[in-house]
Structure formats: C-alpha cells, structure tokens
Design a protein around this ligand. Structure first.
Ligand SMILES: [Zn+2]
Length: 462
C-alpha cells in the first residue's frame, strides 16, 4: 500500500484544534498542514511534546469534530526506518473515540461516501477537479494564495473548502458539488461563509441534466437564482489561454411551446469579469440570464395583446367584459394547450383573475363593488365563495411571488386559507397553471414542475 492511500485511511481526524495558536485563524488546522512537514526527528519531538502536555492535564491538540484531546500515532505506519510526519496521524485516546464521527476509521463521512459510490470513483474525480480548479485560479492574477483543502478557522467553527483563494482583498471559497452533500451540510456551509463575509461558490463538473436533477443539486440551485457554475477541460483550456478564469454558467431558462412554459438548462462559458461577485449572499451569480426577465420577454413577444385585454376586461363587471375576456383567454389557451373559456365557468375564472391581479399589483384591480381600501375584503370574498376555494393556493402563490404576501396576513384571511386548504377542492392552481404563467409571468419560475431535463448551449453573451 503506498503512502498516500495509507494516509487517506489512517487520517480519519482531518482537522485539529490547536490551543496554542495565537491567532483565531490558526486555531483550527488541517492535519496535513501540521504533520506532513515534519522530518523524523521533528516528529519524535512533536509526539513527545503532545503527550507530555496531555499527561500534565493541559492538552494542546483537540479533535476538530468532538473537541476531545488527541495524540500523534504511528501505529501500522510502514517501516520505522523510513518514516516521517507524512506517515503520522492523530488518534483519540482509548475509550474516548466512540462518540465521535471521526473516532473510528471508516466512519468519517468521507469514507462513507467512498463506500456508497463504489470504491474510489467519486474520490478520484473529486481530486482531479480540485486540482483543475486550483490550476485555473492560479492562472488568473485576480486570485492569489490559492490553497487546496485549506482550513478556514473562525473559532468556534471552521470549514475546509475544496479550494480557497484571496480575491479582491477578501477570501473566496469553492466547493465541488458531486451529488453526495446533504442539505444540512449545504446550509451550514452557506451560513458559515456568509456570516464571515467570505464569498462562496458551488462548482459542479457536470454536463449531464440527469445528474443535475439529483436533490443535492436542486437544494443548491433553486436557492441560488436557479443557476450553478461548472468546470471541465474546455473551461480549463480557455482559462489557461486567456489568463482569466472562465466558468460554465448553468442557468435554468424558460422555453415556450405548444404545451406552455417549460425549462431547459442553458450553458455558457463566462469570464470571471462577467460574474457578479458582490451579491448580498456572498454567492456569486451570472447576471446575464435571468429567468424572470426572459419569461417576460417571451410573453411580451407572443401574448402582449390578449394578456392586456384579459386583465383589462377583469376590471369591469358587465357581460361584454366577460365576453372580451373569453376571446383573449382563448387566444392564449389555443397556443399553449390550456382549457377553453366555455369550460372554465364552474371555476369562476373571470372573478378569480381580477382578484389574483389585485394580489399581484398590491391594489384593487378587480370588478367587485368593494372600494380600493377594502383589499382584505376582496381576498376574503374569493376565499369564502364556495366555487372559488380551489384558487387558494394560486392566490397565496401570486401574492408571494409579487412581494405582497403580507396582504394575506389578516387573521380573517389566514383563517379562511387554513380552512380551504384543509377542505377538498380541485387544485385550480395546477389546472390553470399554464395560463397563470402567462398572465402572471413573475410567478412562473416557482411554478416549474421540476428540474430541466436537457442542456442547451447558449450563445455568449445573451
Ligand atoms: Zn473526535
């Protein structure tokens, strides 16, 4: 067994807390950074010093996971005549290992991933991509001090991103997302970096839409403007040739066809300077492919006329308005395969559109006799009408996506919403989803039925 493999197996403790550290940023250290540089004599001295401190009841080094003291071990580490710090590892003192997830070799999540994904397949790909990303960052003079698996110490917490670098006087951390990271870890990492003002980038290798549909990816990109960055050999080649970091921006983009709106992945190779690195969340984004903007543009091109006529008609109560609305509705419905106006009577679509438009606009738009001060009454009236109770989810959704969720906060409204959701009503939000996408484009993205199933190359820019 070669040294590297042996080290991977033995070093289940990958980070230690050094109580002697003078600076908080050195308090948590990667095991490799402490042990690897030691020659045989230095290792012997270090082993003894760590042991002496422990026996004096003043342990210097603690496990980065459970906080219990650790010692420097060489058990089973090859030939004693050819050993140095690279062969050493940290271990828990006897009887203290059982409660720690790093306590027993093979229980570290890293090892579990390795078992779960059949040997070293993912590990190898992960290593390769880490090295590739580091090379790409080193090529771009905007990044300096590029480090792989460097521990970022912010007591009482630490993180070990796959790659970290200094960028515009701040830190930027990169993690390669390879489908095994669980949601609690994703949230914890994003919060750690955000709270310490460190920019944080998720990077994937994938150009496979099925892989991107995995939950671990969805947990990331639906919370990050429906986009994620990627690297591959081509991104690396362009980066090396141009001297500027290039990443694939994978963005969820809308398409309009005979069954309404659907989504695809668009893939563009973008420059570091095309990326917005100063977002409030600290997670950079490519601003050039905004889903909502594109939906609006698609709908303006195809349906501006009937959409406007439909919403205008819903402001008026006379029968002529009802008929006008019907013509406009059918013009759209025919193009996207939605139910025709004559079939919508029972669901009181005409009434609903006026109320939903009021929720979207944050002011009275509908044809009812209520005054413009009586917005709550307008919503409550829809929620109370028997035939309209199936619109409850649509009303909530449209109010929220237009920034007016608070309009439904009145106690009387909340009560009706809870009642309607508990009752069995036809799901009109789904039944008319295709039409609602077009009438209320701002709500379309969060109505998508799932992740895109294909990837299209998009031209850059735009
Ligand atoms: Zn531990």
């Amino acid at each position: 067994m070669d040294r590297e493999v042996r080290q991977q197996i033995a070093r289940s403790i990958v980070v230690v807390e050094d109580r002697d550290a003078n600076e908080p940023e050195h308090r948590f250290r990667a095991t490799a950074s402490l042990l690897d540089p030691l020659s045989a004599p230095q290792l012997a001295l270090f082993r003894r010093a760590v042991r002496t401190r422990y026996q004096a009841g003043d342990a210097r080094l603690l496990c980065g996971k459970c906080g219990k003291p650790v010692y420097v071990s060489l058990s089973g580490a090859g030939d004693p005549e050819d050993r140095d710090g690279r062969d050493a590892f940290f271990a828990h003192h006897p009887g203290t290992a059982d409660d720690c997830e790093w306590g027993v070799v093979g229980q570290n999540p890293r090892d579990i991933d390795r078992l779960k994904y059949g040997g070293a397949t993912e590990g190898t790909q992960h290593q390769r991509l880490k090295a590739m990303l580091a090379t790409m960052l080193e090529t771009d003079p905007a990044f300096s001090e590029v480090k792989v698996e460097h521990v970022i110490s912010r007591p009482p917490h630490w993180r070990k991103p796959d790659v970290a670098a200094t960028f515009f006087h701040g830190l930027v951390a990169f993690d390669l997302q390879l489908a095994t990271t669980q949601l609690p870890a994703i949230i914890a990492r994003e919060e750690f970096y955000q709270s310490h003002g460190i920019r944080y980038v998720w990077v994937t290798s994938t150009d496979d839409a099925r892989n991107l549909a995995r939950q671990a990816f969805q947990d990331i990109y639906w919370n990050n403007d429906a986009q994620i960055f990627g690297i591959d050999a081509r991104a690396e080649a362009v980066t090396l040739a141009s001297g500027e970091l290039h990443l694939w921006a994978l963005t969820v983009a809308p398409r309009l066809d005979a069954s309404g709106l659907r989504s695809v992945w668009e893939r563009r190779l973008v420059r570091r300077s095309d990326i917005d690195w100063q977002t409030p969340s600290g997670r950079p984004r490519f601003p050039g492919a905004d889903f909502d903007t594109t939906v609006r543009a698609l709908i303006e091109t195809r349906f501006a006329g009937p959409r406007q006529r439909l919403v205008n008609a819903a402001r008026r109560s006379e029968y002529a308005a009802y008929l006008e609305a019907g013509y406009a509705w059918d013009e759209i419905a025919r193009a996207v395969g939605a139910p025709f106006w004559v079939t919508t009577e029972q669901d009181r679509v005409f009434k609903a559109i006026g109320v939903l438009a009021s929720a979207a606009a944050g002011r009275k738009i509908d044809a009812s006799a209520f005054t413009s001060e009586q917005l709550t009454a307008i919503f409550n009236d829809l929620l109370e009408t028997k035939a309209c109770r199936g619109w409850t989810t649509a009303l909530q959704h449209i109010a929220q996506t237009h920034g007016h969720g608070a309009l439904l906060d009145a106690a009387s409204t909340r009560k009706k919403i809870a009642r309607n959701l508990a009752e069995e009503h036809p799901d009109l939000h789904r039944r008319y989803g295709v039409m609602l996408d077009i009438i209320f484009p701002k709500s379309a993205r969060s109505r998508l039925s799932g992740p895109p199933s294909e990837i299209e190359e998009a031209h850059y820019p735009g």
